[in-house]
Design a protein around this ligand. Sequence first.
Ligand code: FES
Ligand code: FES
Length: 154
Amino acid sequence: MVVLNINNKTVNLDVSEDMPLLWVLRDVMGLTGTKYGCGIGECGACTVHLDGKPVRSCSLPVGAIGEKSVITIEGLGSDPVAQKILDAWSEKQPTQCGFCQPGQIMTAIALLHEQEKPTKEEINRALSGHICRCGMYQRIRNAIKIAAGSIDDE
Ligand code: FES
Ligand code: FES
């Protein structure tokens, strides 16, 4: 039995400690907002927050999580920073197929929590491990700048 704190709820899971968090989220809990891309930590589609930091859930065994808080795209609640990001996403429409977007959004929110007004370089660094097959990179970065109140350079 593994006990986790997911989206501010304690859940008891009858799973192996070796099971990656992504499998638990999608297949056991039905939280399919977090996406399965590469499965080897290379694309960022599976990004969730662990104690507020972005992590690749495909590469994180649930036995390594302990009492840390897991937040998925479904668990953002009324976080004002998350709302700013979602508003900017609505404005800039950086979505095509949408597959990479939950991961990109989770990293963007974690970035703005850490750094209220990130520089262009800090945004690039934060998102560098995220692959968007639709090539929406510039719009995604501009949406983050808008959420941070920075200048849109598109
Ligand atoms: S699915 Fe986890 S990084 Fe690609
Ligand atoms: S919007 Fe299609 S992969 Fe990014």
